[in-house]
Design a binder for this molecule. Structure first.
Ligand code: ZN
Length: 424
């Protein structure tokens, strides 16, 4: 036998061998509990007698094991329980928490079918598509923004970990943006699906900037309206020690972006994303001087130079004097003037640079790409809104470093549910 063949043979029988060992270990470890014939009801404290043996098959990373458990029933509370469940903190599902946690990490990275396939290859335990969906829904449904965003203490710890330049407070960048997500309506009674549509996932990324390091504070993306986004940003802002940082807000021209950020971080420095601004200038130059690329480029360079040094008025004046090539360009000029006027307070890039602030929201765009697109924008994948949002919460928790805590909370809830499960 080659090593490969030996390893494969071990892999094949691992579940049986290790699962058996685990089974034996539990039997010895909980001998007293297995032999218990009387027990206090966890609800009312009344002494109740054992009803029967109710062994339960469980799956762990070691494989499959049979757990012996005496089963008790309190007639007053009409609730069944086993002290073995409590002692081992057994999950209500057959697949125990170690497998559930691993499966969720697989699901966060790849489609359900593929996740199930690789999961079984790695653990030797099959996890059906249907059960994976159930676990995913159960976990992500109970997960809220409060679980996904790090706690105030953790955020402060991350900010304090940054290297400082002299007495300057670190910069905290808050960047918001929308990304289009493929969604579909729920199937109707006949099982037919309506057409899919792209809906906006609104998101923010908050990161702190030290002398020569950047630390992730929080990412959050959901398919939701501007009011819901504003509420979520408020919840997050309340966890940030705003007096310990210099805050700057980054965004493009979308009005909901600025309204929400201003409300959550009043008085913060506002910076219009430099690259979005450049794009708008390029678009106009191409329309007006399309047949003369040199002229188009030199116009853009001149305009951005003025804007950079806070002379946006000069650019607006120039646009007003410009003789539009046609009516389309005329309208484009009108819109660009409006855009520059609306964002006039946000384009002092020279000043921002001097203060060490970032001037581009590349941070949010790469976060969008990483969190939303890589998992949710797969070809042919159209998401039901609650599932899409569940996936976004799961991925944000992994990026924010809050997944373990969120999972611990889910376990606590699952434990309470199981322990008081009625014997129906
Ligand atoms: Zn009772």
């Amino acid at each position: 036998m080659t090593l490969q063949e030996i390893s494969d043979a071990f892999q094949e029988n691992k579940g049986e061998m290790l699962g058996g060992l685990l089974e034996e270990f539990i039997r010895t470890h909980l001998l007293e509990k297995h032999q218990q014939t009387r027990c206090d009801c966890p609800e009312c404290g009344k002494l109740v007698y054992k009803k029967r043996d109710a062994s339960r098959r469980i799956d762990t990373r070691q494989g499959s094991s049979l757990v012996e458990r005496p089963y008790f029933y309190c007639p007053d509370c009409k609730k069944g329980f086993s002290p073995v469940d409590e002692a081992l903190a057994l999950a209500s599902r057959k697949k125990q928490y170690d497998l559930q946690q691993l499966a969720l990490k697989y699901l966060a990275e790849m489609p359900f079918e593929k996740a199930g396939e690789l999961f079984e290859e790695a653990t030797g335990v099959p996890f059906s598509d249907n059960r994976l969906h159930n676990l995913f829904a159960a976990f992500t449904d109970q997960m809220t923004i409060e679980d996904v965003i790090p706690t105030a203490e953790e955020i402060e710890r991350r900010i304090n970990s940054l290297t400082r330049t002299g007495n300057h407070r670190p910069i905290l960048a808050v960047a918001s943006d929308g990304a289009h997500m493929p969604t579909r309506p729920a199937s109707n009674r006949k099982g037919k699906r309506g057409p899919g549509e792209y809906r906006e996932a609104k998101g923010f990324r908050i990161y702190a900037i030290g002398k020569d390091d950047i630390v992730q504070i929080a990412s959050w993306h959901q398919i939701q309206n501007a009011d819901e986004f504003a509420r979520d940003l408020h919840i997050t802002a309340a966890r940030i020690p705003q007096d310990k940082v210099r805050i700057c807000l980054l965004g493009d021209g979308a009005s909901w972006v600025w309204r929400c950020m201003e409300e959550a971080f009043p008085g913060a420095r506002q910076i219009l994303d430099y690259y979005h601004c450049m794009e708008h200038l390029h678009a106009l130059a191409d329309a007006q001087y399309g047949d003369d690329p040199d002229k188009a480029l030199s116009w853009v360079i001149g305009a951005i130079g003025h804007i950079y040094y806070d002379e946006t008025g000069q650019v607006i004046g120039g646009l007003r004097r410009m003789k539009p090539k046609n009516d389309t360009v005329k309208e484009q000029i009108r819109q660009l003037i409006g855009y520059l006027q609306n964002n006039r307070q946000r384009t002092n890039y020279g000043g921002a640079r001097k203060g060490g602030y970032p001037i581009g929201s590349g941070g949010i765009e790469s976060a969008n790409k990483f969190i939303c697109h890589t998992r949710l924008k797969r070809s042919g994948a159209w998401w039901l809104k609650p599932y899409g949002n569940g996936m976004l919460r799961l991925r944000c928790a992994l990026v924010n470093g809050t997944f373990s805590d969120a999972f611990a909370k889910y376990v606590t809830r699952d434990q309470a549910k199981k322990y008081l499960r009625t014997n129906s």
